[in-house]
Design a binder for this molecule. Structure first.
Ligand SMILES: [Zn+2]
Length: 135
């Protein structure tokens, strides 16, 4: 398989695909965050829904998310900062910038995402900072 959408230096098959395909569970919040980004680039909203809980899962419109994910061209992901979110932690925070192109314009999505361990599995729970640019 080709390079991973989350990191051009890694192969998809050795980075996010094992998580997205359900073969293994992410060990860290960053792994989950990266795999969710990669799932978005493939408009795999089922994976997005399966890996979120709490506020993030409320008011989530799967059809709208799918349409948005398919209408943008994903350009890359930068993980800026992670706090906790390791295998031994219960919670974690990942700050990232995701770049995408929509209607010939480049946009940056800047988010501080909060993750929690629920039933031995990482879930995306909340965006502490969410700046989605105007369309
Ligand atoms: Zn990846």
């Amino acid at each position: 398989m080709s390079q991973c959408p989350c990191n051009a230096n890694k192969r998809f098959s050795q980075c996010c695909w094992p998580f997205i395909s359900g073969k293994i569970k992410p060990e860290t919040a960053e792994q989950l965050m990266r795999s969710r980004y990669s799932a978005y680039t493939r408009a795999n909203i089922a994976y997005i829904q399966a890996t979120q809980m709490g506020p993030a899962a409320q008011n989530f419109d799967a059809a709208e998310a799918k349409q948005w994910a398919m209408s943008v061209k994903w350009l890359g992901l930068n993980v800026i900062r992670t706090e906790n979110g390791k295998a031994e932690d219960d919670t974690g925070t990942v700050e990232f910038l995701a770049r995408f192109q929509l209607n010939k314009q480049i946009h940056e999505l800047h988010e501080v995402s909060e993750f929690s361990i629920i039933n031995d599995q990482w879930f995306y729970c909340r965006a502490a900072l969410h700046q989605k640019p105007e369309p």
